[in-house]
Design a protein around this ligand. Structure first.
Ligand code: GLA
Length: 409
């Protein structure tokens, strides 16, 4: 009798405990390093079609981008048609005539992954149907299409609580049974870095990026009030302690190749890598200049972003517009980015004593005057020597020098 009572008690406990542990969980182990891929928004806005997406997918493979790790092909706003009589969301029958399942199969057949976009409110930012009231239904639809990544926006949500709304979609994605990366696009208004790690895999920390460096000249299509690359950097940099494997600060998709000069593109890309940011391309990869391609496919620079330690770097000091950024890397290595925020070139002396630092996340010291490191310039691909002896370098305006330091034997 006693044993039976104990079994009943245990069963009752298990029944109450199970929902708490099994429902409220995001899909784990999906974004141990920052997600990499391409999105339609920055270049094409709402002007997208199945034909363009397929051509982009082909170019991702033929250009070598997929081989560098850019695998998600994310269709942003404006793929939608109307909901059917049962409330199921459908794609636009004119621009996506073969349907989303067929498009997902096409992407998977190329070794790529399929990303899609929706919104927590009644409508998306471009006025398409949002997921409000259809969360579980939409998650099931996405799973049936073979979706691997959902960007979930925050337009048209006047009375909604962001934590509750994003949790609801997280639970819906979990219940739909297909592992899907959950990209929270709340623009940083409700400080998602404080609550989103258990909900999604990345969260936007700022408003929308524009194709401009310093909030001065905007290249390409213009629209309401975008942020320049520098404004985004300054907002995203202080949030480093919130990021880590499986949960990343997202300073928005890349503008490399959309019109900024090559030096600014290189600085933008490098700072995203130093901040362990998701690398979601925003250019037309069917038609890239050699300079754009060289930036986006530099595997040694990408490796700084994708380092398995998964620690977001930080601005260690700033002197006369020269910023010194550090990022600790696996195997006791470090990345150092010298970023010249001025328009003109600057010469600086690297005095290794000045460059000692400590990372509070990994609790590691970098003492290049005491410990000997070999250092390699990742943009020129040259090993430049060993720490210990001071050296002088020139950094062009709005440009970077990026080094990887390896302990010398
Ligand atoms: C918002 C997002 C953008 C993009 C558009 C689409 O502005 O922040 O990244 O998805 O909506 O309408």
């Amino acid at each position: 009798m006693k044993l039976k009572t104990a079994i009943y008690a245990f069963a009752a406990l298990a029944m109450t405990a199970t929902p708490l542990t099994s429902v409220a969980q995001k899909w784990e182990n999906l974004a141990r390093t920052p997600p990499m891929g391409w999105s339609s928004w920055n270049k094409f806005g709402g002007n997208i079609s199945e034909k363009d997406i397929k051509e982009i997918a082909d170019a991702m493979v033929s250009s070598g981008l997929a081989d560098c790790g850019y695998v998600y092909v994310n269709i942003d706003d404006c793929w939608h048609g109307e909901r059917d009589e049962k409330g199921n969301i459908q794609c636009d029958p004119v621009t996506f005539p073969s349907g989303m399942k067929a498009l997902g199969d096409y992407l998977h057949g190329k070794g790529l992954k399929f990303g899609i976009y929706s919104d927590a409110g009644c409508k998306t930012c471009a006025g398409e149907p949002g997921s409000l009231g259809h969360e579980y239904q939409d998650a099931l639809t996405y799973a049936s299409w073979g979706v691997d990544y959902l960007k979930y926006d925050w337009c048209n949500t006047p009375d909604q609580n962001p934590i509750g709304s994003y949790r609801l979609m997280r639970d819906a994605l979990r219940a739909a049974g297909r592992p899907i990366v959950f990209s929270i696009c709340e623009w940083g208004t409700a400080k998602p870095w404080e609550w989103a790690a258990e909900i999604g895999h990345l969260w936007r920390t700022t408003g929308d990026i524009g194709c401009m460096f310093d909030n001065d000249k905007q290249y390409g299509k213009g629209y309401w009030n975008p942020l320049g690359v520098m404004q985004i950097v300054d907002k995203n940099e202080p949030l480093r302690t919130y990021a880590g494997p499986g949960h990343w600060n997202d300073p928005d998709m890349l503008e490399v190749g959309n019109g900024m000069p090559e030096n600014e593109d290189r600085a933008h890309f490098t700072l995203w890598c130093m901040m362990a940011a998701p690398l979601i391309l925003g250019n037309d990869v069917r038609d890239m200049s050699d300079a754009t391609k060289a930036i986006l496919t530099n595997k040694e620079v990408i490796a700084v972003d994708q380092d398995p330690l998964g620690i977001q770097g930080w601005r260690f000091m700033s002197r006369e517009g020269i910023e010194y950024w550090y990022k600790p890397l696996a195997d006791d290595q470090w990345a150092l980015c010298l970023f010249n925020r001025n328009r003109d070139a600057k010469k600086v002396e690297l005095d290794w004593k000045d460059l000692a630092t400590h990372d509070i996340i990994s609790n590691r010291d970098f003492k290049p005057a005491v410990d000997r490191y070999k250092y390699r310039n990742l943009w020129s691909g040259k090993d430049e020597g060993y720490t210990g002896k001071n050296t002088t370098v020139t950094i062009p305006g709005h440009d970077v020098i990026l080094y990887r330091f390896t302990p010398a034997k």
